[in-house]
Design a binder for this molecule. Structure first.
Ligand code: DGJ
Length: 507
């Protein structure tokens, strides 16, 4: 079996699993689920089976991997791999090492209890934060060694190459203040910029002199990127599969520290690319309502889009079409997947408050049911999606706030998309269109009406030659009814579906 890799060509990056393009249709498990294989067996896997996932995104924690310095216990990652193999799904591991949502809660006890060696950050009043400083060389070194041990173990143990990628840390950055005020950080902040930072920005002087009001945030970004590079490079040297980092996005109330300062936000992508080259891409965790804007920011040149966390609500069943169709995402993964797949598990409001996530993003009502249908549809035609990703022959869309529709443009025809009014009972409109040849299209999605039309300035009339409903199973088109007469109103209702159509122009 070939190891997972990213194939980079001029205009796209493709994830290869055993040498073949692989589209990740995933979900991320709750943070603590993978700390018990029995829990996974009883309370996770059974709820994933009807969801049509091909990948589970799941944590491996430093705390349980290295319970005593230098003594490793791989039974949890090994057990997860065996379970996933039995279920026929791939895995993405989340390395909860030094940082998880800005905090150091997943570090081993021997790190927690030795604050002298593994010193934490401090806020401006000198109060400690429960997060090891990225300037703490000893902490970064130990994390890098543990991560390298995990990756070396995966190289040897994971012979079926079930683990596709690994996320390095989780939503890094400092919460609660604009920068670290620990003694080590104070000293580094008052000094001149290190040479590599000075060369990068073409200026010399202290952080304040060079960056003014942006100095604290860029200081943190520099130190998080350097620490992450050390950790990621150690892992990659052991086993070079794709590695990525994920971001808690900038959002209301916007001031640095209300989102983790120094993390991989899109505004600082250039710093991450420069100083953490062992990381293959930066990923957004999208709980915000404006899905497409975030995708634009992260699907930047040289940064393939992968969405490791998306809203565990009905929105995901629609957003996945835009992620893949329009932004060529490598994959998509709503958070809390095992409870999404289970009716009647309410979100925990206290958790949402602490993480600055709107309650609506966690509204599981009928979310699993629709996501499963979108995934079944997309999974059945994955080969086609991989072929057309990142080409002008495929695009996608999802209803934005207050949006009534959109215009989708191809070489010879345009398509007017009108979103249906949706109730709480079904997701907002979303879909994707593939131009198979100049007059032949596949239309997919839910809750929208579509009208093909001539290009601007083209006086022709456009109409259908044929419309056939159907589905893809194992990448084979299975045709259903031929639609004419009363059925010739193309309405994508609440069930995600696919239509094949051929168009003609005449005068
Ligand atoms: C973002 C984090 O990355 C996840 O681990 C999780 O805590 C979710 N927020 C919300 O529950």
């Amino acid at each position: 079996m070939q190891i997972p890799t990213l194939l980079i060509t001029e205009n796209k990056a493709t994830l290869l699993s055993d040498g073949k393009p692989f589209l990740v249709l995933a979900g991320e498990a709750h943070n603590s689920s993978s700390s018990s294989l029995e829990y996974m067996r009883e309370s996770v896997w059974p709820y994933l089976r009807p969801m049509h996932l091909n990948t589970l995104v799941v944590a491996v924690t430093w705390e349980l991997l290295e319970p005593a310095p230098g003594r490793f216990d791989f039974s949890l990652p090994d057990g997860l791999i065996r379970q996933a193999e039995a279920e026929g799904v791939k895995l993405v591991f989340l390395w909860f090492g030094l940082w998880k949502n800005g905090m150091s809660t997943y570090v081993p006890e021997w790190v927690k209890q030795d604050r002298k060696t593994y010193f934490v950050m401090r806020n401006r009043s000198g109060k400690p934060v429960n997060a090891v400083s990225p300037l703490c060389g000893a902490g970064v070194e130990r994390d890098a060694a543990a991560f390298a041990a995990l990756m070396a173990h995966l190289r040897d143990f994971d012979v079926n190459r079930t683990v596709l990628m690994v996320q390095v840390e989780n939503e890094m950055g400092l919460l609660g203040d604009c920068r670290d005020f620990s003694p080590a950080a104070e000293q580094a902040y008052a000094a001149a910029l290190p040479d590599d930072a000075a060369d990068f920005c073409g200026a010399r002087g202290t952080w304040d002199e060079v960056f003014g009001s942006e100095a604290p945030e860029l200081f943190m970004t520099y130190h998080y990127t350097k620490a992450t590079q050390q950790i990621a490079a150690a892992g990659k040297a052991a086993y070079p599969i794709p590695l990525y980092v994920n971001a808690w996005l900038e959002q209301h109330p916007w001031t640095p520290g209300t989102y983790p300062v120094g993390g991989p936000i899109a505004r600082h992508m250039d710093w991450w690319k420069k100083f953490a080259p062992a990381v293959d891409f930066l990923s957004p965790d999208i709980y915000l309502p404006d899905f497409e804007t975030v995708c634009w920011e992260y699907a930047a040149p040289g940064n393939p889009l992968f969405i490791p966390e998306a809203r565990p609500s009905q929105d995901s069943a629609s957003n996945v079409f835009a992620a893949i169709g329009k932004f060529g995402a490598l994959g998509f993964s709503p958070f809390a997947i095992e409870t999404v797949g289970r009716e009647g598990v309410p979100p925990d409001p206290s958790l949402l408050g602490g993480l600055n996530i709107m309650a609506e993003a966690f509204n599981h009502y009928r979310a699993g049911e629709y996501l499963a249908q979108s995934y079944a549809l997309l999974g059945g035609m994955a080969e086609l999606l991989c072929k057309y990703r990142c080409t002008p022959h495929m695009t996608g869309f999802t209803r934005g706030k207050d949006q009534t529709g959109t215009l989708v443009q191809f070489e010879k025809y345009d398509f007017c998309i009108d979103y249906m009014m949706n109730s709480a009972e079904s997701p907002k409109g979303g879909g994707l269109i593939i131009e198979l040849s100049e007059d032949e299209f596949l239309l997919c999605g839910l809750n929208y009406r579509v009208t093909p039309q001539p290009k601007n300035n083209d006086p022709s009339h456009v109409d259908y030659i044929s419309i056939t409903e159907g589905r893809y199973e194992n990448n084979e088109w299975i045709p259903g009814r031929r639609l004419h007469g009363d059925e010739l109103r193309i309405l994508f209702r609440e069930k995600p579906s696919v239509l094949h159509c051929r168009l003609m122009r005449f005068r």
